[in-house]
Design a protein around this ligand. Sequence first.
Ligand code: GDP
Length: 294
Amino acid sequence: DAVERTRSQLGAGLDNVLALGRTVDEETLDELEAVLLTADIGSSTTSEIMRNLRQRALREKATTDELKQMLKEELRAILDSVEQPTNHPTQAPEVIMMVGVNGTGKTTTSGKLAALYGTHGRKALLCAADTFRAAAIEQLEVWAQRSGVDIIKTKQGGDPSAALYDSLTAGKARGADIVIVDTAGRLHNKAGLMAELDKMRRTAQKLVPGAPHQVFLVLDATTGQNGMQQARLFTESAGVTGIVLTKLDGTAKGGIVIAIARELKLPVVFAGVGEKMEDILPFNSDAFLDSLLG
Ligand code: GDP
């Protein structure tokens, strides 16, 4: 299944380094460090993990099996150190804004999430507020049809905040539980984009107290450490509460999840694992660590 598809380069690399059941020495640790670096965990996170492991493994004269267990504990501690988003709405609808750079999978994820919430008995409404990218609105309409949810849109080039205003008004009138807002992601105009997102936040706040309840940053897992740069930009100014990591089916380097947790202090809340409606999974640390470490 999807989790297996992320089964990883790291797992295979660890098998090589740690298979022999020998006592850990400096060479083992150097090899382990190299393996971690190839898995997109990032250099600063890898350094920190290795500092802890090196001390412990040498002091305790650990075997390679024990080292693998220690590594798992280190990774788990990083994932556990990040709080899950818990901004529960006091009044419907819950408002979720999807932000991120074009091409990362915002529109696709918006559609998948609408369908997923539907299967949990929550009535979603889609808001087509990516009025910048050609075809984003039509693409979201196709998703709305597929998942059988209402969509509110404006024309291409229109004001995203106007689309949001109409969506929240409709969402309240129609008894929607959740409004999912697809936004634009033109990164070359950073100041303009951030001003637009800010205006949308204020618009949401005016119509629904506490909104937006969640801001999900959509990141493409195949872009690795470049994705981390984008992420910093958005987390600094867009009030991101969680990450949706897409295209995990297209990479064997799931280590980016660890880097996100440690460097951005944000949880991965959903993983995208394909282009179809059902190709989305609530993120689960246990399943993830099992598949990552093999
Ligand atoms: P947006 O510009 O951020 O709205 O990105 P789109 O939703 O248009 O997605 C860009 C491309 O990525 C499309 O071809 C999607 O089908 C594809 N895509 C999105 N999520 C995933 C995923 O989890 N796995 C794979 N393999 N492709 C995805």
